[in-house]
Design a protein. Sequence first.
Length: 484
Amino acid sequence: MNPATELGLSADDLADLDVPPEVFTRLVGQVLPRIHEHLAALADAPACGDVHVPEQRAALAEEPIPEQGTALQDLLEPLFAEWIPASFTTPGPGYLAYVPGGGLLSSALADLIATTTNRYTGVWQAAPLLVQLEANALRWLAEGMALPGMERGLLTTGGSMANFSAIVAAREQRLGEHLREGVLYTSSQAHLCVTKSARLAGILPDRVRTIPVDARYGLRLDALREAIAADRAAGLRPFLVVSSAGTTNTGAVDPLDEIASLCEAEGLWHHVDAAYGGCFRFVPELRERLAGMERADSIAFDPHKGLFLPYGTGALLVRDARALRAAHAGTASYLPDPAAEALLDPAQDGPELSRDFRGLRLWLSLKLFGLERFRAALREKHELASRAAAQLAELPGFDMIAPPQLSLFAFQLRLDGDSLEQTNARTRALLEGVNARRRVYLTPCTDDAGRFLARVCVLSFRTRADRVEECLRDLREVAAELIG
Ligand SMILES: *Cc1c(COP(=O)(O)O)cnc(C)c1O
């Protein structure tokens, strides 16, 4: 018998778009067991699903427009059995690739509430108390990360959009109409979204300076100083430094305090891309590693990384809320008056008008669990990465190129006398061998010297000591096979 019929759902139950409560309860009742089953299987699921699915994709692309409704169970079956598994297992404990995301269930609750009550949080006037919840969550981020004076900002869809809005605000405040002379500085290790955002913000590639990094992959201050001087001598207008608090490649933290001093002396806006690393400011004893961040003009931080939220939540914190407002504000005859500058007003402080009520997933998660639980989890991730890196460094052949500053480290497998090509090939073989075991999923990067690096990033709230042990075991065993 069709499970939908079993649960007493018939086509008539969905005859109206306004689904009756008892029907909705039954629909949710069909989804929940699937979710539970999925989450319960995560620990044994391959750390990376099979994404080589050209035939299934081609078949799926033929899906016809649905003129009539379909029973929910019939949709859930392929979704959970076929489509979701053909993906990187991002919510799983073995996902140590890129910068892991999260997926706290508290956010699912919040999203259910936010989408069913569907209030409008684009403009302050439309839901002042709900917008205030977002403002509170932003303020808590600033307080939790010990960033006094940076309580204002914007919740975005991710770090890319947060970096983008920061660049736009800096450009508007520091360049005004002198767009073409403005020069932006960032390191060779900065995230792709920095140069992409610069382009979107009208800063052309010939006005973006890529500053080289030192042996720890941090931006070189001497090179930055020289580049600024050279641009001033050429009659250009240096206006912005985008530094990194935890790069995606190796987790490197730029010399934030020194860059802050240089920016102050030179009158430049200092934006810190802390999408990955900012979360470690929540842990008091790790704050020193991100010293100087509190002096920035703006900060991008990803709650969907460091606070374990599901994808789709980034945050921008700014020192001068008026700069953010000035860059994004606008009115129209069909809109209510903007809120006073002292108040968060998302459409006045950011590029979107209509938007989801993304503040609730952050607010509810922080309220439900309490910050101390997040702190403990972040402390644990840092310790797991630190211990793993220390153990690996002791093994023959393992060359710890970038020890963990936060919770990410990068290394090579190298034998004495190896050429760069040989080391790169060996490291690639190690990575492939470990990934083939499917208990953990690791992704590589290449540095400015052309070195192919294996990397481990511990940030998923589901990654615990047992899985990191498995990661070490697989690395040790595969390396032993490769170097005998
Ligand atoms: C993830 C990341 C970004 C981009 O953020 P999205 O949320 O993916 O848009 C930017 N910078 C760093 C350092 C990151 O780790």
